[in-house]
Structures are given as structure tokens and as C-alpha cells.
Design a protein around this ligand. Structure first.
Ligand SMILES: *[C@@H]1O[C@H](CO)[C@@H](O)[C@H](O)[C@H]1NC(C)=O
Ligand SMILES: *[C@@H]1O[C@H](CO)[C@@H](O)[C@H](O)[C@H]1NC(C)=O
Ligand SMILES: *[C@@H]1O[C@H](CO)[C@@H](O)[C@H](O)[C@H]1NC(C)=O
Length: 564
């Protein structure tokens, strides 16, 4: 069986080559007026360039024509059509023992040859894995009036475990709390109140701080509850608090707090007050910004230098959430619900706002609601490359109807959703290749796209040829001397006459067309057409720009521009 199958393959392969050559037969007219390798390659994927310097004649011709027999076969600059190859496609996988084993985007890698203005579609599929790791940071406002809420959290214990297990078997949780910068005007700072800010109300509580990270990510719920139990409330002076400072630290400190690389990341903020924003720091004299994203949490979980920076702006928070692929669930007391809803106008996709009942009794329900609202959302995006147009299409409902969008809001664990990504090169690049990544907003997996720009350059430009001829008034360019204007000949040593009449078509009635039909320049009495859309000796062919048929110029109309 084995040898037979090889023969069959070869025959198929041969047929393929014949078919391929046929496609390019009779397309010499598309190629023949190209003067340089680059123009030749850019004209059409059927055009090849002979850079063998001993070759005589027009150097650009269609693949498979007789001419290329005369060109030394290892002296041709090859050319390729736009094509897509999948180079890595592991099947989807849920999470079992190995938390890094999930596969949620497929295929994982493409290799693409992309020609100018020839759009192509890649089809990719997203399927959220079951038991995908979840990292949940519980960030609590521990100002005085949150005391009953803290008591509730202390009693959650086993219900917290069962709740999280319903979401995924691979959860980690962490805990931290915030108050505000312990300085005037946010706090009372006289000696009696500095150590016990609740003194003024006749109570006792923890010394002021802006953020305390209390326990690193762990799957040990008992230890989590232990840390919660050891926490106490504190008190500040003004109505707004330092929650965004705390949030930014949670995002900046990454691995130090135990965030896993491959996980769905949530920060739950439970609060009953608003938050200080950029600019509010001025009241305390803090104007510097933590632009570099420094982690200021020490090994004991204390925020050092807390008095040093201004509060972050919502734009900065938004950027960090996106960069760190982290979502925010705000569980706000009812009187603050609309305050945080307004914050959602800026943070949009990254935030879920829920109403926290008295004493936080429904906090776990809000975790569920937030978790599912994020898991239902799938949003694809790419890095930007100048001159490359990327459009997304989605078939969210799986009924074959494609809409131009990059987000679906009905994803479910185990269900596949298809997307198409259309790529089009609108501008030639100064490089031959690029790597583009397609990403999803909340998971770390990326699809790698190796882009090869066909026609960006010719490799023969960089080849030294043996006994290479010297060009007097021009440059050696892939086998030929490319002459400066007004010069011609094999080595650009003859001055040429630029006879514009030679670039005009005269029809039977002695009617003369514009120079190069108005679509090109007359150089040494020959037309150099301005784009590949216009071809022929006088640029008189107009090739319809229809990329659905690869036969770009097969139905070209002979359009003359006539001077009457
Ligand atoms: C890519 O797919 C979309 C959606 O089906 C379609 O509208 C578009 O024309 C396709 N593009 C190409 C180059 O086929
Ligand atoms: C968190 O883990 C880091 C090491 O990864 C450790 O240095 C730090 O002390 C831990 N923090 C707390 C609050 O346990
Ligand atoms: C076109 O011009 C040529 C010479 O300029 C002349 O011989 C010929 O008769 C003309 N033809 C017509 C149709 O006018």
C-alpha cells in the first residue's frame, strides 16, 4: 500500500502544478511592461522576474512560459499568490490536572503570504474551557461602617468553598483591604487619633493605612478566613476612599501576590463609599504619579510610600485592567450603586456593578453574577500594524450569519464560537515580514500570525552576481541596470530620447490618446503605468479590482482616454 499511495500523491501533485501553470499562461501581457523586479512581483502573482544578467529581453514574464526556459532557473525571483496555511492546531482542551493545559483558541498559528490589496479571511474558533483557573481577589473597604460586613465575611467559610467550586475546580483567592491615605485631610492625624482613628467616636480600631494586602492567592479557604478574622476596621475622615490606589497595587504587584499567568482574573471590591480620583491628592500635597507602575507592597503586605503619589485616574485604571486582563466586580451598597454605574461608563467591559445588600449577605451571588457576565463575553483584538487593515466578523449564534464585530456576549463553557479575521495590506511595508497576534481580552492565549508581505522587496536586490556589470548612469537592480531619467542602454551609458508621441496610442481615425492614457509616465519613450490596475503598452488596460476572482485582468476592458 505504501509505495502506491506515494505514486498517487505525486500524480495529484503534478496535476496541481499543471493547473497552476495554466492559470498563469497567456498572462504575459500583465507582466511584460515591468521594468524592475519589484514592479514585476507586485503586478500579479503569476509574474516572475529573471535576474540572470546574461539573459536578454524582457525580464518579467508569466510563470511557465517559454521565456523562463531561457532564464537560468536559479536566476528567477519567484512569486507567490496570497495564501493561508495553518501551522499549529491543537484541539480544544478543558482543564484537568495541568492548569496550564487549557486550549481555548484554535488554530494557534498561521503562516500567511499577503499580497497588496488582496484581502483574506482566517477562521478562528473560541471555546471557553471547563474548570479554567480563576483568581479572585477580595478587596474590602474596611472603614468603620463596614464592620457588620466584615463579620459576615468571617462566617462565610464553607459556603465560600462550595460557591467557588461551582464556578471552577481551580480557584485561588486572596484578600486585602483599603481605607485611605492616613494624612490630613483624609484622616485625623493628631497623636490620639493617629494610632486609633476611631477614638473620636469612642471606639477602638486599626491604625490608618491606604491598602493592606493580607493574604496571597491560595486555594486554602480556611487560611483565607483566618486572615479575614484577624482583620479589623479603621476610620477615615472624608467620604471618599483610597480604593483605586489599592486596586492599582493589586494589578501592579502581579506575581508577588500570587496571580497566576494562565487564569481568569477578578477583583471584587466590596464598598459603601466612593473613591478618590486623580487630582484629589493635591489636597494632601501629593502630585506625583505612579507612572511606571511600581509595586509598593512589601513582604508583610503593607503599602509603603503610600503618602507619596496622587490617586490614579479612571483612564489609568482602565488601561491597567486591560493590560493585566483583569475584570472588576464592584459590590456597592445601594446608595452608591449609581455612582459605580457611572464609573462603568469609562471602564465599560472591564467592570460589573452589583448591589450589595445590608451586611453583605449576597456577596457570593454577586461573585457568581460577575463571573458569568465576564465568561459570557468574548472579545478579540489585535496589535496594530501600519498599513494592515484588520476586520473582525463574528457568527455569535452559530447560524452562519456573519456580522462585522469582534465581541459576542453569549459564550458558554464548552461551546464553540466562530470568528473570521479579514486581513488586507493597504500599504507596502518596508519589511518582508511581521508577526501579528490575535488575542482575547480575558485569557492569555494568543494566536500567532506570521505575515509575509509579497512584493515588499526582491531578494535578488541583495545578491552579488559574479562579474556584475557596472552601470554608468544608474544602479544595478536584479540583473539589469536601472537607469536615471534620460539614460538608457545595457549599462545606462546612452542618452535616450523621451519621445512622448511614442507613449500615445493612435487609432484608425488618427485620434491620439493622452500620454500613457493619462495613467503613467513616459520614460525613454515607454509608458510606466502608475499602478497595477493599469496595464498594457499605453496603460490602456483597466483591470477590474475584484479579488474574488484571482484572474485579475482576464476580463479587462480596453478603455481609451481620447482627446477629441
Ligand atoms: C470574510 O468574511 C466576511 C464574513 O463572511 C465577508 O463579508 C468578507 O467578504 C470575507 N472576505 C473575504 C476576503 O473573503
Ligand atoms: C506573598 O508572597 C511573597 C512571595 O511570593 C512573599 O514575599 C510575601 O511575604 C507574601 N505576602 C504575604 C502577605 O503573605
Ligand atoms: C492619418 O495620418 C496619416 C499620416 O499622418 C495619413 O497618411 C492618413 O491618411 C491619415 N488617416 C486618416 C484616416 O485620416
Amino acid at each position: 500500500m505504501y509505495p502506491l499511495s506515494i505514486i498517487i500523491l505525486l500524480i495529484i501533485d503534478n496535476k496541481f502544478i499543471v493547473a497552476f501553470n495554466n492559470e498563469c499562461d497567456n498572462l504575459n501581457h500583465l507582466c511584460s511592461d515591468s521594468m524592475t523586479c519589484r514592479d514585476c512581483i507586485r503586478k500579479n502573482h503569476c509574474c516572475v522576474w529573471c535576474y540572470d544578467q546574461d539573459f536578454v529581453g524582457k525580464r518579467c514574464f508569466a510563470k511557465g512560459t517559454l521565456q523562463d526556459q531561457k532564464c537560468n532557473s536559479n536566476g528567477t525571483e519567484n512569486n507567490v499568490a496570497t495564501s493561508v496555511t495553518i501551522t499549529k492546531q491543537n484541539s480544544f482542551a478543558d482543564v484537568k490536572e495541568d492548569v496550564n493545559g487549557a486550549v481555548q483558541l484554535s488554530p494557534q498559528e498561521f503562516n500567511i503570504f499577503l499580497r497588496h490589496e488582496e484581502p483574506i479571511n482566517l477562521t478562528i474558533t473560541y471555546r471557553p474551557a471547563k474548570n479554567f483557573p480563576l483568581d479572585l481577589y477580595y478587596l474590602m473597604d474596611l472603614t468603620w461602617s463596614m464592620k457588620p460586613d466584615l463579620e459576615t465575611l468571617k462566617t462565610l467559610g464553607s459556603s465560600l468553598t462550595t460557591h467557588l467550586e461551582k464556578l471552577t475546580k481551580n480557584y485561588h483567592i486572596a484578600f486585602g483591604s483599603y481605607i485611605d491615605k492616613p494624612e490630613v485631610p483624609y484622616y485625623l492625624t493628631d497623636p490620639t487619633n493617629r494610632d486609633n482613628p476611631c477614638n473620636i467616636d469612642g471606639g477602638t480600631c486599626e491604625k490608618g493605612y491606604v491598602f493592606k494586602h493580607r493574604i496571597n492567592f491560595t486555594n486554602y479557604v480556611k487560611m483565607f478566613i483566618e486572615k479575614v478574622t484577624k482583620s479589623d476596621v479603621s476610620a477615615n475622615l472624608d467620604d471618599l476612599e483610597g480604593g483605586l490606589d489599592a486596586l492599582m497595587q493589586i494589578l501592579f504587584c502581579g506575581k508577588k501576590l500570587g496571580w497566576r499567568t494562565n487564569s481568569r482574573k477578578l477583583v471584587l471590591v466590596a464598598t459603601e463609599a466612593g473613591m478618590h480620583l486623580a487630582g484629589d491628592g493635591i489636597l494632601g500635597g501629593y502630585t506625583k504619579r505612579n507612572e511606571k507602575g511600581k509595586c509598593l507592597v512589601d513582604n508583610d503586605g503593607n503599602y509603603v510610600l503610600s503618602q507619596y503619589y496622587d490617586y490614579p485616574s479612571l483612564e489609568e485604571v482602565d488601561k491597567q485592567l486591560k493590560d493585566k486582563k483583569t475584570n472588576l466586580i464592584v459590590a456597592a451598597k445601594s446608595h452608591m450603586y449609581y455612582y459605580y454605574k457611572r464609573m462603568a461608563d469609562v471602564l465599560k467591559e472591564a467592570i460589573y456593578v452589583g448591589e450589595l445588600q445590608i451586611n453583605s449577605t449576597n456577596v457570593l451571588n454577586l461573585v457568581d453574577e460577575g463571573y458569568y457576565s465576564f465568561i459570557r463575553k468574548v472579545n478579540l483584538f489585535t496589535t496594530e500594524i501600519d498599513g494592515l487593515e484588520v476586520d473582525f466578523f463574528a457568527d455569535c449564534d452559530g447560524n452562519g450569519i456573519w456580522k462585522k464585530k469582534q465581541t459576542c456576549t453569549n459564550a458558554e463553557e464548552g461551546k464553540e464560537i466562530n470568528f473570521k479575521v479579514q486581513l488586507m495590506l493597504t500599504k507596502y511595508q518596508n519589511k518582508e515580514s511581521d508577526v501579528l497576534y490575535i488575542e482575547e481580552s480575558n485569557i492569555q492565549e494568543k494566536i500567532k500570525i506570521n505575515l509575509n508581505y509579497v512584493g515588499s522587496t526582491c531578494t535578488c536586490l541583495y545578491l552579488e552576481q559574479k562579474g556584475q556589470k557596472t552601470c554608468d548612469h544608474g544602479e544595478f537592480n536584479c540583473g539589469d541596470c536601472l537607469c536615471e531619467e534620460g539614460w538608457t542602454g545595457d549599462t545606462c551609458s546612452e542618452q535616450c530620447i523621451n519621445n512622448q508621441n511614442m507613449c500615445r496610442y493612435v487609432d484608425n481615425n488618427n485620434i491620439t490618446s493622452l500620454t500613457c492614457s493619462g495613467r503613467g509616465n513616459c520614460i525613454c519613450s515607454k509608458c510606466n503605468c502608475q499602478s497595477k490596475r493599469y496595464q498594457g503598452e499605453f496603460c490602456e488596460w483597466e483591470c477590474p479590482y475584484d479579488k474574488s476572482t484571482q484572474q485579475v485582468c482576464a476580463v479587462a476592458k480596453n478603455v481609451h482616454v481620447i482627446i477629441l
